[in-house]
Design a protein around this ligand. Structure first.
Ligand code: CP
Ligand code: NVA
Length: 321
């Protein structure tokens, strides 16, 4: 089915779920990034022969929805978008029923929802691979794209990521969690800078620190932006109020005052440092227009890389390697 040089560790992912960055090994993470780079450069081709990915998104999405759809098309498969407004998902059909029925039609599901427990329920009831397309806890496909972008800036292969420093400044949210876990697997020194009260989850921090200890990485939480970004190879931010936190927007803008990723803050990072943001962004809040559009920004490469990492991931989970 495949014309590729993917290593054997990826074949072991066939039929598996990807609910968290920590669901796969360090070797598998590196192999996915290297396969994604190879797909991007046209050095590999994979044919999934008409397989179907179902999308169930209970939150808005541009990049994830479109990149999964295009990824499946490029792999010779297709996507069905089960919009909650037009399917029975929005009327509250039980996950146990939806997941079992869709497993009879589709070959994999990509799910964007609120609680990680809801995603876990889909994975429990589905007999096909389930992919986390963002929950309140994690955004693992985003982290793969982020580290591919760092790899492109500082190395030829995923192994070159080890020893680099990525500073994330802002809310200790889903995006931060997956960066911590995925970065720990890759040997990256991850620093999360956030105001007091907006730290990452203690459970995810503990999990990331255990992974980091096993892979020569580190995960630090700091409460001062300059200390967080000093000497870093990438400076990353995300919105201060995530989807589902709309009512906290005003209070969060106050709490995050002084935490904008701008040119002044970038001057504290490594001179070669790149600017990252998962998008969508609010210019003038968590990131300045100058940082977003400046020569250090790799934000639009990062968005493109969603397409390439998800092709690699889908190929592996759907047994296309
Ligand atoms: N970065 C990201 O997941 O974007 P969307 O919400 O547009 O999918
Ligand atoms: N943390 C953001 C990421 C959006 C891609 C959210 O969950 O809304």
């Amino acid at each position: 089915m495949a014309v590729s040089s993917a290593p054997a560790c990826l074949a072991a992912l066939a039929g598996r779920d990807y609910l968290s960055s920590a669901d796969i090994s360090a070797d598998q993470t590196r192999a996915l990034l290297d396969l994604a780079a190879s797909l991007k450069q046209g050095r590999s081709r994979i044919d999934l022969r008409g397989k179907t990915l179902g999308l169930i998104f209970s939150k808005a999405s541009t990049r994830t929805r479109v990149s999964f759809t295009v990824a499946m098309a490029r792999l010779g498969g297709q996507t069905i978008d089960l919009l909650p407004t037009v399917s029975q998902v929005g009327r509250g059909e039980p996950v146990a029923d939806t997941a079992r029925v869709l497993s009879r039609y589709c070959d994999a599901l990509a799910i964007r929802t609120f609680a990680q427990a809801d995603l876990d329920a889909y994975a429990h009831w589905a007999s096909i691979p389930v992919v986390n397309a963002l929950t309140d806890r994690e955004h693992p496909c985003q982290a793969l794209a982020d580290f591919l972008t760092l790899q492109e800036a500082f190395g030829a292969a995923a192994k070159d990521l080890a020893g680099l420093t990525l500073a994330y400044v802002g809310d200790g949210n889903n995006v931060a969690h997956s960066l911590m876990l995925c970065g720990a697997l890759l040997g990256v020194q991850v620093r999360v800078g956030c105001p007091v009260g907006f730290e990452p989850s203690a459970a995810v921090l503990e999990q990331a620190r255990q992974l980091a200890a096993a892979h020569g990485a580190s995960v630090e939480v700091l409460h001062e932006p300059v200390a967080a970004v000093r000497g870093a190879h990438a400076v990353y931010t995300d919105v201060w109020a995530s989807m589902g936190q709309e009512e906290e927007k005003a209070a969060r803008q106050q709490a995050f005052s002084g935490w904008c990723l701008d040119e002044e803050l970038m001057a504290e990072a490594d001179p070669r440092a790149i600017v990252l943001h998962c998008l969508p962004a609010y210019r003038g809040l968590e990131i300045s227009a100058g940082a977003m559009e400046g020569s250090s920004s790799r934000i639009f490469d990062q968005a493109e890389n969603r397409l390439h990492v998800q092709q690699a991931l889908l190929a592996a989970l759907l047994g296309g390697l």
